[in-house]
Design a protein. Structure first.
Length: 276
C-alpha cells in the first residue's frame, strides 16, 4: 500500500459534514486523499464561484489531508455537446472555473464524465460540439498543468476505455487521458460480450487513476462493497498496477445511514484488501 494512494469519494460521507470534518474523518479511517465532488446540483456547482476554493486550500493544510482529484459531473446538466449555445457556454465556464479551482488547491486530475450530452439526444452535432469544446478545455488545462481524464460511463457514448481512447487519440495531448470506473467497465463487458482486461489494455499509457465501485448488470451505483456485485477487482487492479496506475478512489454513496462510520470503515478494509 505504500506504493499507491487510496482516496474516498466525497459523496460517501454525509453531506451534513463540513469539508474540514470530511477531510479529518477520511484521514482518521486511513484514506490518503478525498475526491471532491462538483456535481450538477447548484450547491456543488456554486463551489466554483463562491470562495470555497480558498477555504478548501486552508482546510487541506489544517487537516493535513490532500484532495488530489475532482469528480466533475456537473457537465451532465451543462454538457459540452448541448444543442443550446448558452448551455455550451456555461459548460465551458464551469470547465474554466474547475481548472482554476484545481490549480489553487493542488488538484492533479479532473475526472470528466464521458457524455457528449445527457438530458438531450446524442446526435452528429452533439458529438461535433463535444469535440470542439473538449479541445478548448484541454488547451486551458495544459496552461495550468492540470490533467483531464474521462470516466467510463453507463451510456453507449463512452462506456469503454476503447471509446474514450477515440477522443484521447484525436486530441493527442498529455493533458487528456482516462480515469476509468472498473465497475462500469464490467457492466459494459457483459453488455458487449467482451473482457474488461482487454479493454483496459487499450488505454495503456493513458490511464491516470481508477474508480473502484460495486456494480451488477444494469446497476451502476448505490451498491455496498462486497454486496454481491460482479466487479472484477483483482483482475482489473492487477492490470492497472501493471500499467503503473497508483491512484484509486473508492466510489460509494452515503444514504443517511446512522452507522455511516462503520460502513466507511468496512469499505476501506474491503478496498485495502483488494489493492494488496
Amino acid at each position: 500500500m505504500d506504493k499507491i494512494n487510496l482516496g474516498i469519494y466525497e459523496k460517501a460521507l454525509p453531506n451534513s459534514l463540513s469539508l474540514d470534518q470530511k477531510l479529518k474523518f477520511a484521514k482518521e479511517i486511513g484514506f490518503d486523499q478525498l475526491e471532491i465532488s462538483i456535481d450538477e446540483s447548484d450547491e456543488k456547482l456554486n463551489r466554483l464561484y463562491d470562495g470555497t476554493s480558498d477555504i478548501l486550500k486552508k482546510s487541506q493544510v489544517a487537516c493535513d489531508m490532500r484532495i488530489r482529484t475532482m469528480c466533475l459531473s456537473g457537465h451532465r446538466k451543462y454538457p459540452f455537446g448541448s444543442s443550446k449555445k448558452e448551455i455550451r457556454e456555461k459548460s465551458m465556464d464551469i470547465m474554466k472555473k474547475a481548472i482554476e479551482f484545481s490549480d489553487n488547491n493542488g488538484i492533479r486530475i479532473i475526472q470528466l464524465a464521458g457524455y457528449d450530452v445527457y438530458y438531450e439526444e446524442s446526435t452528429a452535432d452533439s458529438k461535433k460540439y463535444f469535440l470542439e469544446n473538449l479541445s478548448k478545455a484541454v488547451d486551458l488545462a495544459s496552461k495550468y498543468g492540470v490533467i483531464l481524464a474521462f470516466e467510463t460511463m453507463e451510456t453507449e457514448f463512452m462506456d469503454t476505455v476503447e471509446k474514450a481512447m477515440h477522443y484521447v487519440d484525436i486530441i493527442n495531448s498529455p493533458y487528456l487521458g482516462i480515469y476509468p470506473d472498473i465497475g462500469n467497465l464490467k457492466n459494459a463487458a457483459v453488455k458487449y460480450g467482451t473482457d474488461v482486461i482487454e479493454d483496459l489494455k487499450k488505454g495503456a499509457g493513458h490511464i491516470f487513476a481508477a474508480h473502484l465501485k460495486e456494480t451488477n448488470p444494469g446497476i451502476y451505483r448505490d451498491m455496498k462493497f462486497g454486496s454481491g456485485g460482479h466487479t472484477e477487482y483483482e483482475r482489473s487492479i492487477k492490470e492497472l498496477k501493471n500499467q503503473k496506475v497508483a491512484i484509486y478512489t473508492g466510489e460509494f454513496w452515503d444514504h443517511g445511514e446512522e452507522n455511516y462510520k462503520e460502513i466507511i470503515k468496512d469499505s476501506y478494509e474491503f478496498l485495502v484488501n483488494k489493492l494488496k
